[in-house]
Design a protein around this ligand. Structure first.
Ligand code: FEO
Length: 173
């Protein structure tokens, strides 16, 4: 059993996670277009993590006997002025997603819904990692400045990102 307000808020949030998935896929294609295959790899794996988040929320709604309601996803941008600006947008987007998770936690606590609060606790920790991970990339790009070959070196680092966990089995994360 899940409060209707909580179920609606989780369904709205699934849409945010789906947009994150879409946004990072678009950034992966932008990277591929620029010949930055490390960026493509990093963004595709980031997108897979977002799909894992979607599945985690969907599984929870199923377990609680609440309906999953998939909503329309808006189209993400197709390109960015520079790879640096794309990664800065990832960081800003993750800060926004953190605020969404915090709002869900506030709602769960106001409803005394401890099972949802327990689910969300995992996401609170995950958002700390997500923000830190992309901030590390932004810092790395800033450190190279506009040095010739700087983005080429960063791209090699991005290619080393470990593969995301199977999104259909997010509990393995
Ligand atoms: Fe699902 Fe990147 O937050």
């Amino acid at each position: 059993m899940l409060d209707k307000k909580m179920a609606a808020a989780i369904n709205n949030h699934i849409q945010e996670e789906m947009y994150s998935f879409y946004l990072y896929l678009a950034m992966a294609e932008y990277g591929a277009d620029k010949g930055l295959m490390g960026m493509r790899h990093w963004m595709r794996n980031q997108a897979m993590e977002e799909m894992g988040h979607v599945v985690r929320f969907m599984n929870y709604l199923e377990e609680k006997g609440a309906a999953v309601e998939l909503k329309a996803i808006k189209a993400p941008p197709k390109s960015w002025k520079t790879p640096q600006l794309a990664f800065e947008e990832v960081y800003k987007h993750e800060v926004y997603i953190t605020s969404c998770i915090n709002n869900l936690v506030d709602l769960a606590l106001s409803l005394k819904d401890h099972s949802t609060a327990n689910l969300l606790n995992w996401f609170v920790g995950e958002q700390v990692e997500e923000e830190a991970g992309v901030k590390g990339v932004v810092d790395m790009i800033n450190l190279t400045g506009n040095a010739p070959g700087g983005m080429f070196m960063v791209d090699r680092e991005l290619a080393a990102r470990p593969a995301a966990v199977d999104p259909l089995n997010p509990a393995a994360a």
